[in-house]
Design a protein around this ligand. Structure first.
Ligand code: ZN
Length: 316
């Protein structure tokens, strides 16, 4: 399973599908944007113009890359509410790859990894730097929370919005992740990297931190079996990285897109989403809504405005 098919997920998904792994399940919440194309190699300009969900664009591309691989896609935000059902859908995967761009989701993946005993291939890339590591539950090594007990506070880290990402950095990190996943899939656990590798491509620097003794017996997650991120309440609305758009989470019920779309003038209705232009407070916004009730309000970075647009037009 690959959570997030942005810069990192595009690289590892492409390599693993070309290598012929049996099944790849991808989960992504975003739409393809022109600003993604320098680093997200599964997408093209047409996907961005159409604003396709990345999960759909990636699935379609991967299926033509290698039709022998069973590629499954979920257009969804990976949250505490749906994480376990997404992971367990179709059988627990042999490995989970982190293609996310935020720490909340990484800690949630870590909880799932420890709870279900699935190795977690961590990755991160920002500006000219990137890191990769593998956390294997039950193997005597650490989990993510042993190494870094809590996520960094919001606003303290550079994001792809504030700092950008050099495509070559995410290509390297995604390649490392694909190689580590292949080792896990082939059962070569003795070859799996026991370190956190970090690069700065601009400075030509590489560092390796040995994690073999990093397991913390007092770790709340892998030591005490507390899954705080899985038990957390649903995500508040959030501004999407690199875009003037806000994501509003839906309720826990699926919605009838055809019915909702038919009641909204000028809305385009597809099997997996509806989209159209709406007006609120004298301004126009583009509203995209998915079957799980989640919506993306394009044209604002104000969470309050996005929530108001959501309740006015989706109304749940
Ligand atoms: Zn731990």
């Amino acid at each position: 399973m690959i959570v997030g098919v942005g810069a990192l997920g595009c690289v590892s998904a492409d390599l693993l599908v070309r290598a012929g792994v049996g099944t790849v399940t991808i989960v992504d919440r975003d739409l393809v944007e022109i600003s993604n194309l320098h680093r997200q190699g599964l997408y093209c300009e047409a996907d961005a113009i159409e604003k396709k969900p990345k999960a759909v664009a990636a699935r379609d591309r991967l299926r033509v890359v290698n039709s022998d691989v069973d590629v499954r896609a979920h257009i969804a935000d990976f949250t505490s509410e749906n994480a376990l059902s997404l992971i367990e859908d179709g059988g627990v995967p042999d490995v989970v790859i982190d293609g996310t761009d935020n720490f909340e989701t990484r800690y949630l993946i870590n909880d799932c990894s420890v709870k279900l005993g699935v190795p977690y291939v961590y990755g991160g890339a920002i500006a000219t730097q990137g890191s990769a590591a593998v956390f294997v539950p039950g193997g005597g090594g650490p989990c993510l929370r042993c190494v870094q007990p809590d996520p960094p506070k919001p606003g303290t880290q550079a994001t792809c919005e504030s700092a950008g990402v050099v495509g070559a950095v995410s290509s390297i990190i995604g390649s490392y992740q694909a190689a580590e996943a292949m080792k896990v899939l082939m059962g070569q656990m003795d070859r799996v990297m026991g370190s956190m590798l970090s690069f700065d491509l601009w400075e030509g620097q590489r560092t390796r931190v040995d994690l073999s003794d990093a397991k913390d017996p007092e770790c709340p997650c892998c030591g005490n079996g507390e899954f705080a991120f899985l038990e957390a309440l649903g995500a508040p609305p959030q501004v999407l990285c690199g875009q003037r758009a806000v994501q509003v989470s839906g309720g826990s019920t699926m919605i009838d897109l055809e019915r909702l779309g038919a009641g909204l003038e000028g809305f385009e209705v597809k099997e997996y989403m509806i989209r159209g232009t709406v007006e609120h407070g004298g301004e126009a916004f583009e509203l995209t809504c998915f079957a799980d009730g989640r919506a993306i309000v394009d044209g604002t970075d104000d969470v309050g405005v996005a929530r108001a647009v959501y309740s006015r037009y989706i109304g749940i």
